[in-house]
Design a protein around this ligand. Structure first.
Ligand SMILES: [Zn+2]
Length: 283
């Protein structure tokens, strides 16, 4: 049994502020430790449940957040900067036949209506809304759709209560979820301590593996039409120069590709272009 684990940071136990989520933040190391703890709790449950191979992908910002030396021995870790990954948060998901995927520390989508810790979709400073077949998707829905195209069902999601509700809305009631906090706003939440959430995460992961096959891969319909609205025209202009990206409006692109996995690569290439500021002599 092979399991792919994607770990983000906004939905980790106790993390409520940017201070804990980036290298500039004075509490970044605390955030990293908490992230490592939630990931390890999930790995423990998956190992208990019989997983033979567990690939964990560090999927937040610099993408080398977790303390590798403290990680559970049952995992392999995909770590290293997002610019060196063609497949962003899902790097490595195609390297073998994965039976299921687990999302740890996920966050709500851009424009989520309920309170959520740092809701956004992939890049908050550029992406206003991302749609799959016309429906707004966050990272939970999008990543599940891309993994679904590889035949991989997402069987468990952890995050704040809004994220967990979003996951159930997109992936159904059969998935396991653990709500580790209840956001009261972008930078605040009522949190359960790690001593409470980690056993919950371990138990949920073990349960999820115990009913493998109950959750089907998420498929929003083929072909998948992926569109992105940017915040600015400059971002859209830069993205639209990328291979596989078609401009369909002043701030809107459509992502091409022979299949969803290829579209995800093109999407990430387009977003990276959108985010790059030109050198001063080119500006
Ligand atoms: Zn993140």
């Amino acid at each position: 049994v092979n399991i792919y684990v994607s770990v983000d940071m906004e939905g980790i136990t106790g993390i409520v502020h940017g201070d804990m989520m980036g290298a500039e933040g004075r509490e970044y190391d605390r955030g990293r430790r908490l992230m490592t703890g939630d990931a390890n709790a999930a790995i423990e449950g998956l190992a208990n449940g019989g997983a033979d191979y567990i690939l964990v992908a560090d999927g937040h910002g610099p993408m080398r957040n977790m303390f590798f030396e403290d990680m559970h021995p049952a995992c392999h870790l995909m770590t290293g900067s997002a610019d060196a990954r063609d497949y962003c948060q899902l790097q490595g998901a195609d390297t073998r036949t994965f039976d299921a995927a687990v999302f740890v520390g996920y966050h709500a989508m851009a424009k989520a209506e309920d309170a959520a810790v740092h809701p956004h979709t992939i890049a908050g400073i550029a992406v206003h809304e991302l749609r799959v077949n016309g429906r707004p998707h966050g990272e939970t829905g999008l990543n599940a759709a891309i993994l679904g195209s590889l035949g991989i069902p997402v069987i468990m999601v952890t995050g704040d209560t809004t994220t967990v509700a979003e996951a159930r809305e997109f992936l159904g009631e059969d998935i396991e979820t653990v709500a580790v906090k209840e956001a009261t706003g972008r930078n605040a939440a009522i949190c359960r301590p790690p001593s409470a959430t980690r056993p919950d995460i371990t138990a949920a992961a073990e349960r999820a593996l115990g009913k493998l096959g109950a959750v089907k891969p998420y498929t929003p319909g083929t072909p998948m039409q992926i569109e992105v609205d940017f915040l600015t025209m400059a971002q859209c202009n830069r993205a639209a120069r990328t291979r596989g990206i078609e401009r369909v409006g002043p701030v809107t692109i459509a992502v091409q590709g022979g299949n969803p996995w290829e579209q995800y690569r093109n999407l990430w290439a387009g977003l990276r272009s959108a985010l790059y500021e030109p050198a001063s002599w080119l500006a």
